[in-house]
Design a protein around this ligand. Structure first.
Ligand code: PLP
Length: 394
């Protein structure tokens, strides 16, 4: 496959980046090996000098992990990538590899819980300060810039309230400030949103979510241009060892083959369920970036190819109603995970966002009646019937 770049995503995700062995296997091989042997001392020397292509040690690179990285690069339109053991390893590497003591970061305040911990608790230990802003407010990004601002960081849509940040506009502000914009693109998926095309410099994923999509392996990936990876991530990655296991790379690569099918189905279901919920009197508000009543509907249309695989909604009856609803569901399971083939629901105020102060929760509009639903690939009619039944249990 030499011309995979010209092919469309669904084709690249099946054929792209294959390192086919001498056996000509159809399905990608799993190279479950730590090291590699060399034909001669001279060959080992040449490989270490970088004069000959080839693998050295699986903490650096591995043929199976390499296939996953190449396939992700094609999908994302990135020059280079490094696959990591988890999404948090990816986000942490993407930030720390390019920052040093005395640097300043501007970050959207609506972040995945562990991302917020890294920025708020870990980075200050290394002398890296962060200003948090409302990601939707462009003037807040601009005002927060300091002479030592090196990185802008955001996710969009956000967890759990599906706020949408104008990535192209924030990328322009980052450029003006001489900073790199890092986007955590997990909630959008690489099918629905391409941050690098919108002007972001670095994109990070938890591959645990939609990329696996079947609830098996943890993983992550950082993608950017070759210069940034060479300058910042290459050595950090080799020597701190956050790399993805070849086994997980194999599973996640097979996940990529079906990613467009699953995300397409999940997005279609999410849209139908958002519309169904919007008409129900038990529900105070439905948040779905693909609906015209979403506060950033226009930005969503501009930067996303679909309205998201997730729906958030708030019950008029608060926590009580949310709990009764969740407990009455029979197909949709209670779980803080997302992006799975199985539809999942969580109550953020008591699970994923319980560690925030009441004030921070209020700032992010995470009320006691809010639930976040990740749509799976079940028949949408069964999901609507499940939701309909559970609503009558409130
Ligand atoms: C899950 C998630 C992460 C962390 O990924 P892990 O694979 O669980 O480490 C980071 N950001 C977002 C938005 C996520 O949903």
């Amino acid at each position: 496959m030499t011309n995979t770049r010209k092919l469309r995503a669904a084709t690249q995700l099946v054929h792209g980046g294959i390192n086919r062995s001498q056996f000509g296997e159809t399905s990608e091989a799993l190279f479950l090996t730590q090291g590699f042997v060399y034909d001669s001392s001279e060959a080992a020397e040449a490989r270490f000098k970088g004069e000959e292509p080839g693998f050295i040690y699986s903490r650096y690179a591995n043929p199976t992990t390499d296939m996953f990285e190449k396939r992700m690069c094609m999908l994302e339109g990135a020059e280079d990538a490094r696959a990591t053991a988890s999404g948090m390893a990816a986000v942490t590497a993407a930030l720390l590899c390019q920052l040093r003591a005395g640097d300043h970061v501007v970050s959207a305040r609506a972040l995945f819980g562990s991302c917020r911990w890294v920025v708020e608790q870990l980075m200050p230990k290394y002398g890296i300060e962060t200003s948090f802003v409302d990601g939707r407010d462009l003037s807040a990004w601009e005002k927060a810039v300091r002479p030592n601002t090196k990185v802008f960081f955001l996710e969009s849509p956000t967890n759990p309230t599906l706020e949408v940040v104008d990535i192209a506009a924030v990328a322009r502000l980052a450029d003006q400030a001489g900073a790199k914009l890092v986007v955590d693109n997990v909630f959008a998926t690489p099918i629905l949103q391409k941050p690098l095309e919108l002007g972001a410099h670095v994109v990070a994923y938890s591959a645990t979510k939609h990329i696996d999509g079947q609830g098996r392996c943890l993983g992550g990936v950082v993608l950017s241009d070759k210069d940034w990876i060479d300058e910042h991530l290459h050595d950090y990655f080799r020597h701190t060892g956050p790399g993805m296991s070849p086994f997980n790379a194999w599973v996640l690569m097979k996940g990529l083959e079906t990613l467009p099918l699953r995300v397409g189905q999940q997005t279609a279901s999410a849209g139908k369920i958002a519309d169904f919920l919007a008409d129900r009197q038990e529900v105070a508000r439905v948040i779905y970036p693909g609906r015209d009543d979403h506060p950033q509907a226009e930005i969503c249309k501009k930067q996303m190819a679909g309205g998201s695989t997730m729906v958030a909604f708030e019950f008029k009856g608060g926590k009580d109603a949310a709990f009764r609803f969740q407990n009455a569901l029979e197909i949709i399971r209670i779980s803080n995970n997302l992006g799975d083939a199985k539809s999942l629901i969580t109550h953020p105020a008591t699970t994923t966002h319980k560690n925030l102060t009441d004030e921070a929760r209020a700032e992010l509009s995470i009320g006691d009646g809010l639930v976040r639903m990740s749509l799976g690939i079940e028949d949408v009619q069964d999901l609507i019937e499940d939701i309909d039944n559970a609503l009558s249990a409130i």
